[in-house]
Design a protein around this ligand. Sequence first.
Ligand SMILES: [Fe+2]
Ligand SMILES: [Fe+2]
Length: 262
Amino acid sequence: MEQIIFAGPRTRKSGLSPKSLMGHVFDDPFSSTGPRKFICPFALPPTRNPPPTENTKPITPPQGKYPERRTAMPDYHHYKHDMIDPKTDRVAVYERHVADLLLNNKLDDTRGNSSLLFELKHSHGAVQFGRILARKRNLPSDIVALAMLLHDIHVGLTGCYKNHAARSAEIASEMLNELGLFSDTEREQIIKIIANHSDKHITSTDPFCEIGKDADIVDCFLYPNVIAGYKFQKTPEMFDKYIERARRVYDELGIPWTGEDI
Ligand SMILES: [Fe+2]
Ligand SMILES: [Fe+2]
């Protein structure tokens, strides 16, 4: 009997959670070519708080805003649920919100132009490149980070790339109204980055427009076959502009340019 390792969308259709499938061999209920088995490759996450052993050193609770909750958590771990402090990290509030939105998205991940996994990876990759470039260019890091977090939000929520820069800007605008934390000027800068990020073939003098395109492209170029993909999708003129932009950012960051896909 044929055996396959499989844990994609079909496991979700089967109604069994990945955790319950872990390490087990099941009949593939969706096989159209006769009986076969699939093995779920998911592993259980490591235990958060391992049981104490006799060598375990006692932890001194750090003093802080929530000392009673920090017995095992270093102070820098500000992403922990309600320990996000908007006064020290406004972007983290939005990061939490976007992660919740995407992880709870009921979109059928087998359809559409992109996948939730890619959108989660790419949005957070672009955030970090946005922060690096913002430091280099002396632009406000949290403005750029938030814009990059939301620049493709429409794709994450719908799986669709069509007009996604404008649509992501609309969603971001609503989110900024709802969650607050940014001034009117900052909101304009964020929306400008998002709304213009797809025009990578156009070079402007606006530092906010340019940094969004650059952070996006430098993250995209770190996934396999992206250069080949752009060559296929774009006109030759546009493709050349994309390469020109990526080369410029690589030079700025001191990354050797090979012109080849990773
Ligand atoms: Fe995009
Ligand atoms: Fe993007």
